[in-house]
Design a protein around this ligand. Structure first.
Ligand SMILES: [Zn+2]
Length: 137
């Protein structure tokens, strides 16, 4: 069992000191940012052009959907959202800190990334660090 939380996705970085952050890969040739580890840039096909890039914790809401039914043990309703981060990169996660009411949620609204320990541990007792979106304060 790990002595500190494990990242829930490979692009979540947890430094020994300082705050967690998301790290994408930025293409030095065309500027595209991806979150997936890959061999070549998906936009321009460049090889050996992808460099680690710390992503912004702020962005805008691109799209969302409200889920009312899910697996047993998953609290509903929750809001699944995709945000475009300032400076590049898009992430998909839950939007928290706002009522799951389509009247209150607006496309393009400013959001920020927050990091929390996931509510569940895995079978070996490991804790995971996860991230959510919430309306920017
Ligand atoms: Zn490229």
């Amino acid at each position: 069992m790990a002595d500190k939380p494990l990242p829930i996705v490979p692009y979540l970085q947890i430094p020994d000191e300082g705050d967690p952050y998301l790290e994408g890969l930025k293409c030095s040739s065309c500027g595209a940012i991806t979150l997936r580890r890959r061999m070549a840039c998906a936009s321009c096909g460049g090889r050996d052009t992808l460099q680690p890039q710390r992503l912004s914790n702020r962005g805008t809401l691109h799209v969302f959907s409200i889920t009312h039914r899910s697996f047993p043990g998953i609290e509903v309703p929750f809001i699944s959202a995709i945000a475009d981060l300032d400076g590049g990169g898009s992430i998909k996660t839950n939007l928290i800190g706002i009522d799951p009411d389509p009247e209150k949620i607006q496309m393009g609204m400013p959001v920020e990334v927050v990091y929390e320990i996931a509510p569940r541990k895995d079978g070996e007792g490991n804790e995971y660090m996860t991230f959510y979106l919430r309306p920017a304060s």
